[in-house]
Ligand binder design. Structure first.
Ligand SMILES: *Cc1c(COP(=O)(O)O)cnc(C)c1O
Length: 374
């Protein structure tokens, strides 16, 4: 089945008790046992499982093409729980430009716990290969990356991981399952911050790990949901499932708008460089064209000038909202260097843009007036 159809129907079934077409929200924390003590309807206690979470997990697994998924309370909770499936003494290779929350988990929580971590330039395959150790268990990627929108070659990284006897995992938050399917390139694990495009309206937090074929890993993650308890609420799952049903069309509009903005900005005399994988001038455009079905709604610009000039541009904008996060209907703009703290790799003249669903001409007019005379 095509992704649009899966987005509408996977995980959705007409409620057998009432005929409700939109899924009911099951707030019950506990579920009835049969007289013989069994749980014939498979639900027992909300931390263990819940119909809304179950529906969301089925839908995510279908969209990415995996055997199953485990939903968590946030994107970072899903990474934390995935790393919990490793052992002290295991080695993880992660990108130098990993989402800074991911880098913090690895450095501040898991290195003290005993995980060995190497941060490498993921777009340089020789460096990835050179970082492999006998105890490497996971190569973690994020493509497009934050905030420079760099593209990692998924097929090549999966091959390096498998030669090393390690798993390949991809944070697919920015691309969404409709823009890129890492499993098609041999990846073993996909992660989403469902807070972003999947929820899609800037009003719900969640995360998930999708597993391609390792049933033991999936079981461990479901166990960790129950034991650790970092699970999403039924309403959160319901909102994310609702968001997913329109995402194939939303992501096309985000991409259409981003392509228009990228074309406009790359011609503008006040802009030093536009980072967008859909531009032929993008350093990894060929790799992006090979592995992405849509180039997505995220781009970064570097303004000609310093930090002050860059702040002035963001301050002059009227439609773009100065706020963190991404993937919602409203366009957001963010100065990453000042939010990431001292170990940031973001240039001081960089603004990251989550291109929203407004009309592209209105967005371009807003950028035009904000950049005038800069
Ligand atoms: C937002 C984000 C995360 C973290 O997800 P939360 O839901 O905020 O915990 C991880 N990776 C990427 C790429 C993100 O954009």
């Amino acid at each position: 089945m095509h992704p649009e159809t899966l987005a509408v129907h996977s995980g959705h079934t007409v409620d057998s008790a009432t005929g409700a077409v939109a899924p009911p929200i099951y707030l019950s924390t506990t579920f009835e046992r049969d007289a013989d003590g069994s749980y014939p309807r498979k639900y027992e206690y909300i931390r263990d499982n819940n119909p809304n979470r179950h529906q969301l997990e089925d839908c995510l697994a279908a969209l990415e093409g995996g055997i199953g998924a485990a939903a968590f309370a946030s994107g970072l909770a899903s990474i934390t729980n995935l790393l919990q499936t490793l052992r002290p003494g295991d080695h993880v290779i992660a990108p130098l430009d990993a989402y800074f929350g991911t880098a913090h988990i690895l450095k501040d929580m898991y290195e003290p716990w005993g995980l060995e971590v190497s941060f490498v330039e993921m777009t340089d395959l020789n460096k990835v290969e050179a970082a492999v150790r006998p105890n490497t268990k996971l190569i973690w990627t994020e493509t497009p990356s934050n905030p420079l929108v760099a593209i990692t070659d998924l097929e090549a990284v999966a091959q390096i991981a498998h030669r090393a006897g390690a798993k390949a995992g991809c944070d697919n938050t920015w691309a969404t399952p409709f823009g890129q399917r890492p499993f098609d390139f041999g990846f073993d694990i996909v992660m989403h911050s469902t807070t972003k495009y999947l929820g899609g309206h800037g009003d719900v937090m969640g995360g998930a790990i999708v597993v391609r074929e390792d049933g033991a890993l999936l079981n461990k993650l479901h166990q960790l949901q129950n034991v650790g308890g970092a699970i999403p609420s039924p309403f959160d799952c319901w909102l994310i499932l609702r968001g997913i049903s329109t995402l194939p069309y939303r992501i096309r509009a985000h991409t259409y708008n981003a392509e228009k903005l990228a074309a406009f900005l790359s011609q503008h005399p006040a802009i030093e460089v536009v980072h967008y994988p859909g531009l032929v001038s993008h350093i990894n455009h060929a790799v992006a064209a090979r592995q992405m079905k849509l180039f997505g709604g995220m781009l970064s610009i570097q303004v000609k000038g310093n930090r002050e000039t860059t702040f002035r541009v963001a301050a002059r904008l009227r439609l773009f909202i100065r706020a963190t996060s991404l993937g919602g209907p409203a366009s957001l703009i963010e100065h990453r260097e000042s939010i990431e703290g001292p170990d940031t790799r973001a240039p001081e003249n960089l603004l990251r843009i989550s291109v929203g669903l407004e009309h592209p001409d209105d967005l371009i007019a807003d950028l035009e007036q904000a950049l005038e005379g800069v």
